[in-house]
Design a protein around this ligand. Structure first.
Ligand SMILES: *Cc1c(COP(=O)(O)O)cnc(C)c1O
Length: 404
């Protein structure tokens, strides 16, 4: 959508240049030989999957034409189906279970036809997918997720051998890869990631060498954004960054040395200005009372849009580069900010609700902290009522890195 076509409506601006910059940063960290699987689940962490996928799949990183990503990862088959046709393979992170229940079967058939990579964690899932693929007279791509300590999805260590045995009996299955997921990789100093990685190697090394001895390929991948930056020894054949691509440090604290650029900026325009006298209360529950004669601005965004009610009387928005504190309770569709200390504020002026400057008091880091949550959740809660608009003309290289 053109940036001007919905001017006046609250909108989330998605900076394609920043997205490609982050993809380039990640590419440099992992090197040319490691594949990058861009995690675009949950509508690309609320950024809008169509803009993000278009940018990552249709613009090269450099003059050699290096692609920003080699694969995409969606949370489930519905998400994968909602994407535009892309040339890169798609992996589905949610493990297949109950393959014959309800709509599951049709979805899995579609995934097999599209050659998406399905994740399995059990022998019964392997059997089910194999039977469905057999019926379609196709081979299904699968990957095995191993539980190495996250205790979420993933086959337990004791059942790995049995699962692999069952897999190998099915000619209609093609083993794409082996993976695990880290629980604490955002923690620079901790040892748990190392322990998980050691266990993963111990469980999967024998099978991997056997497959490779037979001249076949298998892709091992474990690193999320945290491990991309903190655990270079875990990059293996492929990495799976999500948050880092969107320009946020995995620690959820701004880390300038990572050189990431937040991709999202959320803006709106002031709907009206209101002057109130000292002592007058604002909003539901009258939780804020003017200490002095005050000038307020009405911003047409509320908790239904994902602007959390927990930010009432705590967060601020930026107007002309200056912080305007949120006063009173954030309501469903509207929020009031105090502009008494900002000169020359008018209806129609732009308000930055979430800033793409990571040091801004309205950065996603700060909003997440105020709401006792993490940037991931703040992003995912921005509702579909807010238009996602692509901005920033993708360039091949940043000016500072272009050889003179
Ligand atoms: C969400 C997810 C990722 C990406 O995690 P980030 O912390 O956003 O980099 C990687 N792998 C799996 C299995 C995931 O579910």
């Amino acid at each position: 959508m053109d940036a001007r076509s919905n001017a006046g409506e609250p909108r989330v601006l998605i900076n394609r240049e920043a997205l490609l910059h982050n993809a380039r940063v990640i590419r440099r960290v992992v090197g040319a030989d490691v594949s990058v699987c861009a995690v675009i689940k949950a509508d690309a962490y609320g950024h809008g999957a169509s803009i993000v996928v278009d940018t990552l799949c249709n613009y090269p990183l450099d003059e050699m034409g290096s692609p920003p990503c080699n694969l995409l990862a969606a949370a489930n088959i519905d998400e994968a189906m909602a994407l535009e046709e892309v040339a890169v393979p798609i992996m589905v992170l949610r493990p297949v279970e109950n393959a014959f229940v309800g709509r599951q079967r049709e979805q899995i058939e579609e995934a097999i036809r599209k050659q998406w990579i399905l994740t399995i964690c059990s022998g019964s899932a392997a059997d089910d997918i194999a039977r469905i693929a057999m019926n379609l007279q196709m081979r299904a791509y699968v990957q095995v997720m191993v539980d190495t300590g996250m205790s979420r999805s993933g086959v337990p260590q004791e059942q790995f051998g049995e699962l692999v045995k069952r897999l190998s009996r099915h000619v209609s299955l093609r083993l794409f890869g082996l993976c695990t997921h880290f629980a604490c990789s955002e923690d620079h100093a901790g040892s748990f990631t190392g322990e998980q990685f050691e266990l993963f190697s111990y469980i999967t090394d024998p099978l991997t060498s056997a497959i490779r001895r037979h001249g076949m390929n298998i892709v091992r991948h474990v690193a999320n954004s945290g491990a991309v930056f903190n655990n270079p020894d875990t990059h293996l054949d492929m990495v799976r960054p999500g948050l880092g691509l969107y320009g946020i440090a995995p620690s959820c604290i701004c880390e300038p040395k990572l050189n990431l650029r937040p991709v999202m900026k959320w803006t709106a325009n002031i709907l009206m200005i209101k002057d109130i006298g000292a002592g007058v209360g604002v909003g539901y529950g009258q939780t804020w009372k003017a200490q002095r004669n005050s000038r307020l601005a009405l911003v047409p965004v509320g908790y239904a849009d994902g602007y959390s009610r927990t930010w009432s009387n705590k967060a601020c928005m930026m107007i002309g580069g200056k912080p305007a504190p949120v006063v009173g309770q954030v309501s469903m569709d509207m929020t009031m900010v105090d502009v008494t200390d900002i000169t020359d504020v008018n209806p129609g002026d732009e308000v930055v609700i979430m800033d793409d400057d990571p040091r801004s008091p309205a950065s996603v880091y700060h909003l997440a902290m105020l709401g006792d949550t993490i940037p991931y959740e703040v992003f995912c809660r921005i509702s579909s009522r807010i238009h996602r608009v692509a901005v920033g003309e993708p360039k091949l290289e940043d000016a500072e890195t272009t050889p003179q």
